[in-house]
Design a protein around this ligand. Structure first.
Ligand SMILES: [Zn+2]
Length: 169
């Protein structure tokens, strides 16, 4: 089984804005989704975490997200139709810098629209964990990383030091 490597912080490709997917391209994306799945499962096996991945993280510069919590779901050309004015602070992590935790601010709730493989439109209202997760993944499509959203100069910590972090909100 071919397992693509996940690009790591410092790789300039993570900073490139990904291209929108065209309808006629969709049929060619099955292998990309398999690659995203394999890369994430490989990461999960090693680190025991990781719920979603963005195509640019494996060097595919297309606006595709893949999430696998209880079941797999593909988000094509996602966009936010609404973001709550209320923000929350949380410690975030990323498969592109697995040793690092970053305290960021995210919108508490968002309305996300996206297309599926059949080019059907979906609109999801997201709050809590999923809202934060999809904001994180969406940022990858614009070349933005969680470290860019660090709240202040005390917002970085190594994962190995997480016993010192206050995760309460
Ligand atoms: Zn990430």
């Amino acid at each position: 089984m071919q397992i693509p490597s996940i690009l790591l912080l410092g790789n300039p490709q993570l900073r490139i804005i990904s291209e929108a997917v065209k309808k006629e391209e969709c049929s060619t994306f099955k292998p990309i989704i398999q690659d995203l799945h394999n890369a994430m499962m490989n990461f999960r096996e090693k680190y025991k975490r990781g719920r979603a991945i963005a195509a640019p993280q494996i060097g595919v510069m297309k606006r595709i997200l893949y999430m696998h919590t209880d079941k797999p779901i593909v988000f094509i050309n996602p966009s936010f139709e609404w973001k709550s004015p209320e923000m929350v602070e949380l410690w975030d992590d990323c498969m592109s810098f697995p040793e690092l935790l970053v305290k960021v601010k995210r919108h508490e709730a968002v309305k996300l629209s996206f297309k599926d493989f059949e080019w059907q439109n979906h609109v999801w209202d997201l709050t809590g964990d999923l809202s934060e997760l999809l904001q994180h993944e969406y940022d990858h499509l614009d070349g933005i990383l969680a470290v860019d959203r660090a709240v202040d100069n005390k917002s970085l910590a190594l994962y190995s030091q997480k016993e010192y972090i206050d995760f309460s909100r």
